[in-house]
Design a protein around this ligand. Structure first.
Ligand code: P6P
Length: 337
């Protein structure tokens, strides 16, 4: 007897909340869950199989592709192509978006932006890594697919989620009606509902930032780091610094325990390092649905108007009060306070 509701059961149950749903989004989410299980199997044995080490090719980011990166990309694209509910996949691993030209997908109405394996530099040191996905509806099935179908603001997302391959493997997603987390039970090969209606812990006491870039941070960010480190019992400071270097793992921890994740502009990444379409927007959707906030320092992440597929943005995401404190300090810096 399975004690927990499986992902498949949950999706079908929730589908009823969408009166005009015909099951396409349900099937799309299930397709993603299937690919996640296949990727999870390979991630779990990465140290054994000959899939460690650099693949040799480089992606558009100029980052060497680890073999697991490429494997994960293939698995998600294959699952989405087979499923028939997705007409375009925009992946971190491909310079251009990919039109799914199978007979069943030509009229599919969903577009998936995906980072198949984020944090892949952590693979070889056995640190948690993740998949991040964002789902949009194409503008119209009556006209050929174009960039405007893909380059949509984050507020247009139909659904978003991540899979974190860690001590356990979890899939967390939202369709705009709250956030739910599913833990993979390897004994039955099913994602089971383990974290219903996730909300970000009200008392955020953790800040996540790569302080190695400190000298290049905007002064407002430096002021905020100092604020986090000051003694003040009335506001539970100093906070704790926690940084994994894998965005999904850092955000997942902050979602459960409360906290703020910061990736400002740096010398190496003057526009920020993290990508808007398949990292920041989906995680912003999830964190906002869990009661948090996601900003580029002065504007809502999900209101940013995309101009190119792999564009980057600074991101400050987590507890609303923590993000707003950071935004205040950035504004004071701009105003020369
Ligand atoms: P840094 C991983 O490479 C990644 O894209 C995110 O998962 C992570 O948050 C960030 O980069 C870490 O970047 O510069 O601190 O190593």
């Amino acid at each position: 007897m399975i004690r927990f509701k499986t992902l498949g059961q949950f999706i079908i149950e929730k589908q009823a909340e969408f009166p005009f749903a015909k099951g396409e989004l349900s099937r799309l989410l299930r397709d993603i869950g299937i690919a996640a299980k296949v990727v999870n199997r390979e991630v779990n044995k990465a140290g054994l199989a000959d899939i460690l080490g650099d693949y040799g090719a480089c992606n558009i980011q100029g980052e060497e592709q680890k073999k697991l990166d490429v494997f994960a990309d293939e698995q998600f694209i294959d699952a989405l192509s087979q499923g028939g509910e997705c007409c375009v996949v925009a992946s971190e691993e491909h310079d251009e978006y990919i039109k799914i030209n199978t007979a069943v997908s030509t009229n599919a109405k969903y577009i998936v932006c995906i980072d198949p394996l984020d944090g892949s530099s952590n693979i070889d040191v056995n640190v948690s890594i993740g998949t991040i996905f964002s789902i949009y509806r194409r503008e119209s099935i009556d006209k050929p697919i174009s960039a405007s179908d893909i380059l949509q603001k984050g507020i247009n997302q139909v659904a978003a989620g991540y899979i974190v391959y860690g001590a356990s493997t979890m899939m967390v997603y939202t369709t705009g009606k709250g956030v739910n987390g599913f833990t993979l039970d390897p004994s039955i090969g099913e994602f089971c509902l383990s974290h219903p209606q996730m909300t970000i812990n009200k008392e955020g006491r953790m800040y996540s930032i790569n302080e190695g870039n400190y000298v290049h941070f905007p002064q407002g960010v430096k002021n905020y780091i100092k604020y986090c480190q000051e003694e003040d019992v009335t506001t539970n400071r100093p906070y704790s610094s926690r940084y994994i270097g894998s965005m999904v793992a850092d955000i997942h921890r902050n979602l459960l325990k409360g906290g703020i994740f910061l990736y400002p502009a740096t010398a190496a990444y003057p526009n920020g390092k993290l990508r808007l379409m398949y990292e920041c927007n989906p995680l912003a959707f999830i964190v906002e649905q869990a009661g948090g906030k996601a900003s580029n320092g002065h504007a809502r992440i999900m209101e940013i108007n995309p101009t190119e597929l792999h564009q980057r943005t600074p991101i400050f995401i987590g507890n609303k009060n923590m993000v707003e404190q950071l935004e205040t300090m950035l504004a004071e810096e701009t105003a020369g306070v």
